[in-house]
Design a protein around this ligand. Sequence first.
Ligand SMILES: Cc1cc2nc3c(=O)[nH]c(=O)nc-3n(C[C@H](O)[C@H](O)[C@H](O)COP(=O)(O)OP(=O)(O)OC[C@H]3O[C@@H](n4cnc5c(N)ncnc54)[C@H](O)[C@@H]3O)c2cc1C
Length: 516
Amino acid sequence: MNNLDLIVVGGGITGAGILREAVRNGFRTLLIEQKDFAWGTSSRSSKLVHGGLRYLKEGHFGLTRESVKERERLIREAPGLVEPLEFRLPVYERRKPGRWTMGLGLALYDLISWKWNHRYMPRNEFLQNVPQVDPRGLVGGFSFSDAQVDDARLVMRLIKDAEMNGGKALNYTRVNKLLRNSSGKIEGVVTEDVETGEIKPFHAPCVINATGVWAENLHPSPEKNKHIRPLRGSHLIFPWELIPITTTVSFFNAQDGRALFAIPWEGSVLVGTTDIDHGNSLTDEPRITQGEAEYLINSLNHTFPGLKLSLNQAVSSFAGVRPVVSEGNVSADKESRDHVIWKDKGLVTVTGGKLTTFRVLAYDTLKACLDMLPHCNLDAISEPVFESRRSITLSHTVSETVLRSLWGRYGKETLTLLNESDEQDLETIPGTRTLWAEIKYAAKYEKIRHLDDLLLRRVRIGLLLSKGGKDYVGRIRSLCENVLPWDNERWELELKTYFMLWDSCYSPDAFQNFSR
Ligand SMILES: Cc1cc2nc3c(=O)[nH]c(=O)nc-3n(C[C@H](O)[C@H](O)[C@H](O)COP(=O)(O)OP(=O)(O)OC[C@H]3O[C@@H](n4cnc5c(N)ncnc54)[C@H](O)[C@@H]3O)c2cc1C
């Protein structure tokens, strides 16, 4: 990998978006990720592609406008991966925010999006839509829409698109040091393969630090009063049968008034999120705390009292840490979700922001690099986010719904995925929307180093199935045996490590398993 124009450090959505846009604009680019692609915050979001209705309350109109523009574009240009999502928002008498405040907020949201899509529903109609909500004091509710994405798959799709067009991406490779010449100008990075320990330098005139919440480890903030404030958000996942909602339900916590969501996702229901100072070391994988789990359960039972939900009915949990750039002195949920760019002699740091606005972050960052790059045109800015679906000849028949979602996740690689699959592997894994065939494809073609890469990020069955998918280990192993170079001993080790990780970071009561 010689003659690089650009090195991107960090394989989350920010780094992946930059890699893909840099390659499209003709720059020779290498991305370096210390763990697995999307291992950081970008596999742990609420999976919404949204304007952020609540940001309006804080007066962040610019961010909302930018986000809804991106939402509309992604819905149009990434079908099957980014899909519209319907929301319902109940209104209760003598509870804040009331009908008029909510109506005003939603009208503003629609005006900013240039898309009138909210509507007030009287009580009976609302209850027909969401019969699970508490009917006591309910006066009606609103419907509106945003969109949903599989966050880790979006990262992979961007990385693979970039690689197909000449970009390069390494996982499990950490940047340990920046290389600078005698006048401090960036010349490259020194990396370490975190498993073999191999040390290797890579040279380029420009390095982008897209390491999210870790950004200040590589380059401290140049602004005395502006620093990264790591804010943790946790989610619980429930089987859909226990919360049988057909649209997302937004509701408010009775004590602090924060907005929460119960979101149908991949055949389950995702409930979140919290927003609190992380406090723990950023080296450890984050996990839900007992306080957060109780907060989510109590909020759910307040909204859906008839369901009588308890933590032991949840399938899994996960936690992520937001890279929020803070000037201090405000509560967590009032912090701006905008991104910042810091430039220092060939090193460009980008952090903050949202998954939704990854393209905006990518272009703002590349613009900041132009004086160090071989040409200054960013021509591809108006190109569609992803190539649209072509008609393909398949050796198996699959439904339009399956084909749409496969194309969204894998693009033109869908052809390889389907043509290399046995007929029986085109069934979905019970309780999910994932095909067995996706496991084999990901294991063969998507740079899997460990079992958690496969089950938690390439496919999401580690989050969607009870006990992290323990009941299906036999079939998973037989699908992968001919495509992963693991002997019996390695399989035993991978399984043991994966289930230990799952117990301590992804089980619904991960906090208990950690403290034992
Ligand atoms: C609970 C929660 C819910 C959210 N929900 C939404 C949502 O619904 N919609 C939305 O738009 N946004 C959402 N967000 C925000 C969004 O997830 C983040 O803004 C985004 O994922 C940040 O991406 P990133 O690439 O900057 O960081 P990350 O995804 O964390 O990527 C940074 C990467 O850098 C790597 N790295 C660090 N140091 C090094 C090094 N020295 N060498 C090599 N690699 C390194 C890390 O391993 C990591 O993978 C949410 C965030 C949280 C926490």
